[in-house]
Design a binder for this molecule. Sequence first.
Ligand SMILES: [Zn+2]
Length: 406
Amino acid sequence: MANNTKIFKLQGKVQHYTWGGTDFIPALLHLPNNDKKPFAEYWMGAHDNVPSEVVLPDGSLQPLNAFVKQDAAGILGKAVNERFGRLPYLFKVLDVKDMLSIQVHPTKQAAVSAFDAENRKGTPLNAPNRNYKDDNHKPELMLALSDFWLLHGFKAPQALVTILMQTPELQFLVPVFDGKNYHALYEMVMTMDQHEVDEHLQPLLDRIVPLYEKGFLNRSQEDFWAARAAKTFCEPNKLDRGIFSIYLFNLVNLKPGEAIFQDAGIPHAYLEGQNMELMANSDNVLRGGLTNKYIDVPELMHHTKFEPVIPDILKGTDGPVIGETVFPTPAADFELHRLTLKAGSPVTLTAATAEILFVYEGAVSASDGNNEISLGSGETLLATAGASFELTPSQHTVMFNATVPH
Ligand SMILES: [Zn+2]
């Protein structure tokens, strides 16, 4: 009886932010895009602003947030409902064509008090100068689907000094850093008057933008991204101070299948590529440049961890199911699993909470004894807490599974 089923097809929603690419997500989801609109993100989750739609057994649709609320303990499971009271994660596919802003996310504790303070001040939730959209932290895990480039945390001291010395226009920052003082260095570039920013960055850009335009720079060079940023964001006499940060942070290249975790306080920015992203269900972002959006420097400084970061590139560990790779992180809000399934070799899974399974490649049939659902590439399954279901792939299939640690 389909009425007792615990598995459902789920329909996510596309976000057409201007930085998105025009081809990757339409091809993945089998959607036409004849007018070449940017398809930046595909959201799978219960976020109140952009809930996915559950396809009910009678074919009707129900927003996932409303679906969860009607029986939160049953759908999320008792433990997750008691701890979070909502679907704790948000699952996305991203196609980054133009780089995103440099950002830092607050800790849970900081988000609770700052959200409350902004409410008491009466700053409307949708105000452009509002920092805190909710009371949650936003740790993020991303897994590369393509060659992926990002900025992630401050460089180690020696690497930082080396790049500053190699870049004549930035050598003035070496004594400020003094081999260790990340706070002084970042404070200087983030609080410098705009005319000083222009005085330092204009000669740099005058030197590197022509090299970029002639194709003499490559993606493993900070100069490449600084020149690209200048061409994307900068107005004359108002150069984006985020360009300094391109040199201060680790420039990281992930190969397909590699992942990286970004906890509270780690400054980061996505530069280019496609990924799966799994994060706590929050929209709290403090920005530090490469953007025309609102930047609150004191708030950004307050939440940034001023310490070197050695990027920890995660390849995952084998899970209990054949073909399963688990990407554990310190976050209790989510855990990403990848399933690589062989044609005709079924696997059985039990959902630890409301789990979302995205078919990246291949085709699979899902059955819980009450209901059978066929899924092709770009399609998504929702399994509610306790669902025991079998996945039977008809060909080589790769799926990404959002769940909680269990
Ligand atoms: Zn982020």
